[in-house]
Write a protein that binds this ligand. Sequence first.
Ligand SMILES: C[S@@+](CC[C@H](N)C(=O)[O-])C[C@H]1O[C@@H](n2cnc3c(N)ncnc32)[C@H](O)[C@@H]1O
Length: 274
Amino acid sequence: MTALPSLRETIARHGLDARKSLGQHFLLDEGLCRRIAGLAGDLTGRHVLEVGPGPGGLTRALLAGPAETVTAVELDRRAVAALAELEAAFPGRLRVIEADALTVDVGRLLPAPRVVIANLPYNVATPLLVGWLRRAADLAGMALMFQQEVAERICAAPDTEAYGRLGVLAQWRCRCEMLLRLPPGAFSPPPKIWSAVVGFTPHPEDPGEALFRAMERLTAAAFGQRRKMLRGALKSLGDAEGLLAAGGIAGDRRAETLSIAEFDRLARALLSRG
Ligand SMILES: C[S@@+](CC[C@H](N)C(=O)[O-])C[C@H]1O[C@@H](n2cnc3c(N)ncnc32)[C@H](O)[C@@H]1O
Protein backbone atom coordinates (compact mmCIF):
# COMPACT_ATOMS: atom_id res chain seq x y z
CA MET A 1 0.00 0.00 0.00
CA THR A 2 1.44 3.42 -0.92
CA ALA A 3 1.80 5.78 2.03
CA LEU A 4 -1.12 8.13 2.56
CA PRO A 5 -0.47 11.88 2.49
CA SER A 6 -0.52 13.61 5.85
CA LEU A 7 -3.82 15.18 6.91
CA ARG A 8 -2.39 18.65 6.31
CA GLU A 9 -1.35 17.62 2.77
CA THR A 10 -4.82 16.19 2.16
CA ILE A 11 -6.39 19.48 3.27
CA ALA A 12 -4.04 21.52 1.07
CA ARG A 13 -4.44 19.31 -2.02
CA HIS A 14 -8.23 19.38 -1.88
CA GLY A 15 -8.65 23.02 -0.86
CA LEU A 16 -10.41 21.84 2.28
CA ASP A 17 -10.29 25.15 4.11
CA ALA A 18 -12.64 24.89 7.10
CA ARG A 19 -16.15 26.29 6.63
CA LYS A 20 -18.02 27.63 9.61
CA SER A 21 -21.41 26.92 8.03
CA LEU A 22 -20.53 23.19 8.08
CA GLY A 23 -19.23 23.25 11.66
CA GLN A 24 -15.76 22.30 10.44
CA HIS A 25 -13.15 22.02 13.20
CA PHE A 26 -10.69 19.31 12.26
CA LEU A 27 -8.69 16.93 14.45
CA LEU A 28 -5.20 16.67 13.01
CA ASP A 29 -3.38 15.01 15.92
CA GLU A 30 -3.11 11.29 15.15
CA GLY A 31 -2.65 10.29 18.78
CA LEU A 32 -5.80 12.13 19.78
CA CYS A 33 -7.76 10.58 16.89
CA ARG A 34 -6.63 7.11 18.04
CA ARG A 35 -7.73 7.91 21.58
CA ILE A 36 -11.18 9.02 20.44
CA ALA A 37 -11.52 5.98 18.14
CA GLY A 38 -10.95 3.79 21.22
CA LEU A 39 -13.59 5.46 23.37
CA ALA A 40 -16.46 3.27 22.16
CA GLY A 41 -14.72 0.13 23.45
CA ASP A 42 -13.59 -2.90 21.48
CA LEU A 43 -14.82 -2.52 17.89
CA THR A 44 -14.01 -6.08 16.82
CA GLY A 45 -16.80 -7.32 14.54
CA ARG A 46 -18.62 -3.97 14.72
CA HIS A 47 -19.84 -1.75 11.90
CA VAL A 48 -19.04 1.90 12.53
CA LEU A 49 -20.91 4.94 11.27
CA GLU A 50 -18.81 8.09 11.28
CA VAL A 51 -20.64 11.34 10.59
CA GLY A 52 -18.60 14.13 9.05
CA PRO A 53 -15.18 12.54 8.41
CA GLY A 54 -13.80 15.82 7.01
CA PRO A 55 -10.15 15.23 6.00
CA GLY A 56 -10.32 11.79 7.66
CA GLY A 57 -8.17 11.88 10.83
CA LEU A 58 -10.68 9.95 12.95
CA THR A 59 -11.54 7.76 9.94
CA ARG A 60 -7.89 6.70 9.60
CA ALA A 61 -7.73 5.90 13.32
CA LEU A 62 -10.91 3.81 13.06
CA LEU A 63 -9.49 1.90 10.08
CA ALA A 64 -6.26 1.23 11.96
CA GLY A 65 -8.35 -0.58 14.62
CA PRO A 66 -10.35 -3.80 14.50
CA ALA A 67 -13.73 -2.43 13.27
CA GLU A 68 -15.30 -4.69 10.63
CA THR A 69 -16.34 -1.76 8.40
CA VAL A 70 -16.47 2.02 8.55
CA THR A 71 -19.20 3.98 6.76
CA ALA A 72 -18.49 7.69 6.63
CA VAL A 73 -21.31 10.12 5.77
CA GLU A 74 -20.13 13.57 4.70
CA LEU A 75 -22.04 16.56 3.36
CA ASP A 76 -19.04 18.45 1.98
CA ARG A 77 -18.17 17.27 -1.52
CA ARG A 78 -14.58 18.51 -1.15
CA ALA A 79 -14.08 16.15 1.81
CA VAL A 80 -15.69 13.25 -0.05
CA ALA A 81 -13.16 13.78 -2.86
CA ALA A 82 -10.33 14.02 -0.33
CA LEU A 83 -11.32 10.64 1.13
CA ALA A 84 -11.24 8.77 -2.21
CA GLU A 85 -7.60 7.81 -1.67
CA LEU A 86 -8.38 6.41 1.78
CA GLU A 87 -11.33 4.47 0.37
CA ALA A 88 -9.05 2.96 -2.26
CA ALA A 89 -6.52 2.00 0.42
CA PHE A 90 -9.19 0.09 2.40
CA PRO A 91 -11.38 -1.60 -0.25
CA GLY A 92 -14.49 -3.20 1.24
CA ARG A 93 -13.75 -1.75 4.69
CA LEU A 94 -14.38 1.96 4.11
CA ARG A 95 -17.43 3.35 2.37
CA VAL A 96 -17.76 7.11 1.96
CA ILE A 97 -21.25 8.44 1.26
CA GLU A 98 -22.01 12.01 0.24
CA ALA A 99 -25.20 12.83 2.12
CA ASP A 100 -26.77 14.91 4.85
CA ALA A 101 -26.49 12.69 7.94
CA LEU A 102 -29.87 14.00 9.13
CA THR A 103 -31.51 12.10 6.26
CA VAL A 104 -29.68 8.81 6.83
CA ASP A 105 -31.28 5.78 8.52
CA VAL A 106 -28.48 3.99 10.40
CA GLY A 107 -30.50 0.76 10.69
CA ARG A 108 -30.76 0.54 6.90
CA LEU A 109 -27.27 1.73 6.13
CA LEU A 110 -25.28 -0.66 8.34
CA PRO A 111 -25.64 -4.24 9.53
CA ALA A 112 -25.62 -4.89 13.30
CA PRO A 113 -23.78 -4.57 15.61
CA ARG A 114 -23.68 -0.83 14.87
CA VAL A 115 -21.63 1.83 16.60
CA VAL A 116 -21.66 5.58 15.89
CA ILE A 117 -18.41 7.48 16.45
CA ALA A 118 -18.08 11.10 15.41
CA ASN A 119 -16.67 14.52 15.99
CA LEU A 120 -20.06 16.03 15.23
CA PRO A 121 -20.78 19.23 13.33
CA TYR A 122 -22.06 21.32 16.23
CA ASN A 123 -24.84 23.02 14.28
CA VAL A 124 -26.72 19.72 13.79
CA ALA A 125 -25.38 17.68 16.73
CA THR A 126 -28.59 17.79 18.81
CA PRO A 127 -31.04 16.72 16.05
CA LEU A 128 -28.62 13.97 15.01
CA LEU A 129 -28.42 12.70 18.59
CA VAL A 130 -32.20 12.76 19.09
CA GLY A 131 -32.60 10.80 15.82
CA TRP A 132 -30.21 8.10 17.08
CA LEU A 133 -31.85 8.03 20.52
CA ARG A 134 -35.21 7.27 18.84
CA ARG A 135 -33.76 3.97 17.66
CA ALA A 136 -31.09 3.51 20.32
CA ALA A 137 -31.91 -0.18 20.70
CA ASP A 138 -30.61 -0.68 17.12
CA LEU A 139 -27.17 0.52 18.24
CA ALA A 140 -24.46 -1.22 20.25
CA GLY A 141 -22.96 2.09 21.38
CA MET A 142 -21.93 5.64 20.50
CA ALA A 143 -19.02 7.94 21.28
CA LEU A 144 -19.84 11.47 20.17
CA MET A 145 -18.05 14.80 20.42
CA PHE A 146 -20.21 17.84 21.29
CA GLN A 147 -19.66 21.35 22.53
CA GLN A 148 -18.85 20.83 26.21
CA GLU A 149 -21.98 22.68 27.33
CA VAL A 150 -24.17 20.26 25.31
CA ALA A 151 -22.23 17.26 26.65
CA GLU A 152 -22.88 18.50 30.18
CA ARG A 153 -26.59 18.80 29.49
CA ILE A 154 -26.66 15.23 28.14
CA CYS A 155 -25.02 13.83 31.30
CA ALA A 156 -26.67 16.17 33.84
CA ALA A 157 -28.22 14.83 37.05
CA PRO A 158 -31.63 15.96 38.38
CA ASP A 159 -31.65 19.10 40.53
CA THR A 160 -28.93 20.77 38.48
CA GLU A 161 -29.15 23.76 36.14
CA ALA A 162 -28.01 21.65 33.16
CA TYR A 163 -30.71 18.97 33.62
CA GLY A 164 -33.32 19.31 30.92
CA ARG A 165 -35.03 17.77 27.93
CA LEU A 166 -31.88 16.50 26.21
CA GLY A 167 -30.51 14.84 29.36
CA VAL A 168 -33.80 13.11 30.10
CA LEU A 169 -34.16 11.77 26.54
CA ALA A 170 -30.53 10.61 26.43
CA GLN A 171 -30.44 9.00 29.88
CA TRP A 172 -33.86 7.43 29.36
CA ARG A 173 -32.54 5.52 26.33
CA CYS A 174 -28.82 5.10 27.21
CA ARG A 175 -26.29 5.08 30.00
CA CYS A 176 -24.38 8.30 29.33
CA GLU A 177 -20.87 9.03 30.45
CA MET A 178 -18.58 12.03 30.02
CA LEU A 179 -15.40 10.46 28.60
CA LEU A 180 -13.04 13.22 27.49
CA ARG A 181 -12.84 17.02 27.51
CA LEU A 182 -10.82 18.84 24.87
CA PRO A 183 -9.64 22.46 24.78
CA PRO A 184 -10.18 24.62 21.66
CA GLY A 185 -6.52 24.18 20.67
CA ALA A 186 -7.08 20.46 19.95
CA PHE A 187 -8.86 21.46 16.71
CA SER A 188 -7.93 23.27 13.53
CA PRO A 189 -9.26 25.92 13.37
CA PRO A 190 -9.94 26.15 17.12
CA PRO A 191 -13.58 26.73 18.07
CA LYS A 192 -14.41 29.36 20.71
CA ILE A 193 -15.47 26.78 23.29
CA TRP A 194 -14.28 23.52 24.87
CA SER A 195 -15.55 20.21 23.48
CA ALA A 196 -16.30 16.87 25.12
CA VAL A 197 -16.91 13.27 24.10
CA VAL A 198 -19.90 11.48 25.61
CA GLY A 199 -20.16 7.68 25.61
CA PHE A 200 -23.64 6.16 25.16
CA THR A 201 -24.52 2.57 26.05
CA PRO A 202 -28.08 1.96 24.82
CA HIS A 203 -30.60 0.17 27.01
CA PRO A 204 -31.74 -2.95 25.18
CA GLU A 205 -35.51 -2.33 25.26
CA ASP A 206 -37.11 -0.35 22.45
CA PRO A 207 -39.87 2.00 23.72
CA GLY A 208 -41.39 2.28 20.25
CA GLU A 209 -42.13 5.46 18.33
CA ALA A 210 -45.39 6.35 20.14
CA LEU A 211 -43.82 6.27 23.62
CA PHE A 212 -40.75 8.15 22.40
CA ARG A 213 -43.06 10.87 21.02
CA ALA A 214 -44.97 10.99 24.31
CA MET A 215 -41.66 11.52 26.14
CA GLU A 216 -40.71 14.31 23.72
CA ARG A 217 -44.05 16.08 24.29
CA LEU A 218 -43.80 15.61 28.04
CA THR A 219 -40.23 16.90 28.39
CA ALA A 220 -40.90 19.84 26.03
CA ALA A 221 -43.87 20.92 28.19
CA ALA A 222 -42.18 20.21 31.54
CA PHE A 223 -38.92 22.05 30.78
CA GLY A 224 -40.56 24.70 28.57
CA GLN A 225 -41.59 26.34 31.85
CA ARG A 226 -39.07 24.78 34.19
CA ARG A 227 -39.60 27.24 37.06
CA LYS A 228 -43.31 26.42 37.24
CA MET A 229 -44.84 23.65 39.31
CA LEU A 230 -45.70 20.69 37.10
CA ARG A 231 -49.46 21.15 37.56
CA GLY A 232 -49.04 24.46 35.70
CA ALA A 233 -46.22 23.51 33.30
CA LEU A 234 -48.09 20.45 31.98
CA LYS A 235 -51.39 22.28 31.38
CA SER A 236 -50.71 22.37 27.62
CA LEU A 237 -51.00 18.55 27.61
CA GLY A 238 -54.54 18.77 29.03
CA ASP A 239 -55.71 17.52 32.48
CA ALA A 240 -52.31 17.98 34.09
CA GLU A 241 -53.63 16.97 37.53
CA GLY A 242 -55.00 13.68 36.16
CA LEU A 243 -51.77 12.94 34.35
CA LEU A 244 -49.65 13.64 37.44
CA ALA A 245 -51.93 11.48 39.60
CA ALA A 246 -51.69 8.62 37.08
CA GLY A 247 -47.88 8.90 37.21
CA GLY A 248 -47.83 9.17 41.02
CA ILE A 249 -46.14 12.60 40.94
CA ALA A 250 -47.12 15.50 43.26
CA GLY A 251 -48.36 18.53 41.32
CA ASP A 252 -46.23 21.00 43.26
CA ARG A 253 -42.94 19.48 42.05
CA ARG A 254 -40.83 21.09 39.33
CA ALA A 255 -39.49 19.33 36.20
CA GLU A 256 -35.85 19.51 37.25
CA THR A 257 -36.54 17.43 40.42
CA LEU A 258 -37.93 14.42 38.53
CA SER A 259 -35.77 11.33 38.05
CA ILE A 260 -35.61 9.51 34.71
CA ALA A 261 -37.80 6.73 36.19
CA GLU A 262 -40.44 9.33 37.16
CA PHE A 263 -40.37 10.84 33.66
CA ASP A 264 -40.78 7.31 32.28
CA ARG A 265 -43.90 6.76 34.44
CA LEU A 266 -45.41 10.06 33.32
CA ALA A 267 -44.66 9.42 29.62
CA ARG A 268 -46.37 6.02 29.86
CA ALA A 269 -49.36 7.63 31.59
CA LEU A 270 -49.51 10.27 28.83
CA LEU A 271 -49.38 7.59 26.13
CA SER A 272 -52.04 5.41 27.75
CA ARG A 273 -54.35 8.44 27.95
CA GLY A 274 -54.14 8.60 24.14
C1 LIG B 1 -16.37 18.99 13.51
S1 LIG B 1 -16.02 18.54 11.83
C2 LIG B 1 -15.23 16.97 12.10
C3 LIG B 1 -14.32 16.55 10.96
C4 LIG B 1 -13.47 15.32 11.23
N1 LIG B 1 -14.26 14.20 11.68
C5 LIG B 1 -12.40 15.60 12.24
O1 LIG B 1 -12.59 15.24 13.41
O2 LIG B 1 -11.39 16.20 11.87
C6 LIG B 1 -17.67 18.11 11.28
C7 LIG B 1 -17.77 17.47 9.90
O3 LIG B 1 -19.14 17.21 9.62
C8 LIG B 1 -19.45 17.57 8.26
N2 LIG B 1 -20.89 17.89 8.22
C9 LIG B 1 -21.52 19.05 8.56
N3 LIG B 1 -22.86 18.92 8.45
C10 LIG B 1 -23.08 17.64 8.06
C11 LIG B 1 -24.27 16.89 7.78
N4 LIG B 1 -25.49 17.44 7.92
N5 LIG B 1 -24.14 15.60 7.36
C12 LIG B 1 -22.90 15.02 7.24
N6 LIG B 1 -21.75 15.69 7.50
C13 LIG B 1 -21.84 16.97 7.90
C14 LIG B 1 -18.54 18.76 7.99
O4 LIG B 1 -18.35 18.94 6.61
C15 LIG B 1 -17.26 18.32 8.74
O5 LIG B 1 -16.44 17.55 7.91
